[in-house]
Design a protein around this ligand. Structure first.
Ligand code: ZN
Length: 81
């Protein structure tokens, strides 16, 4: 997957990035693969991953935390993807 940055038309590379999602007083931290622009640092996520982020946010807001693993050091929820 090779893409061009929509912000600056720069080259992107696939990288593992940390995405933080908050909702309902909780925070979920996800490690995901994204395309990152070499020029401006813009992160591009595949459409299915963006949908997943929205689902996770909705779950946090509904206090549905069954899928999340609590990590005590950070007081965040780490989700396995
Ligand atoms: Zn860019």
């Amino acid at each position: 997957m090779s893409e061009v940055c929509p912000m600056c038309c720069g080259q992107t590379v696939e990288k593992k990035v940390t995405r933080v999602i908050s909702g309902g007083g909780h925070t979920a931290t996800l490690e995901v693969q994204a395309e990152v622009c070499l020029e401006c640092g813009e992160k591009l996520y595949p459409a299915n991953m963006v949908r997943r982020f929205q689902e996770i946010k909705a779950k946090l807001e509904r206090q549905e935390l069954g899928d999340f693993i609590f990590t005590s050091q950070s007081k965040d929820f780490l989700m396995l993807v």
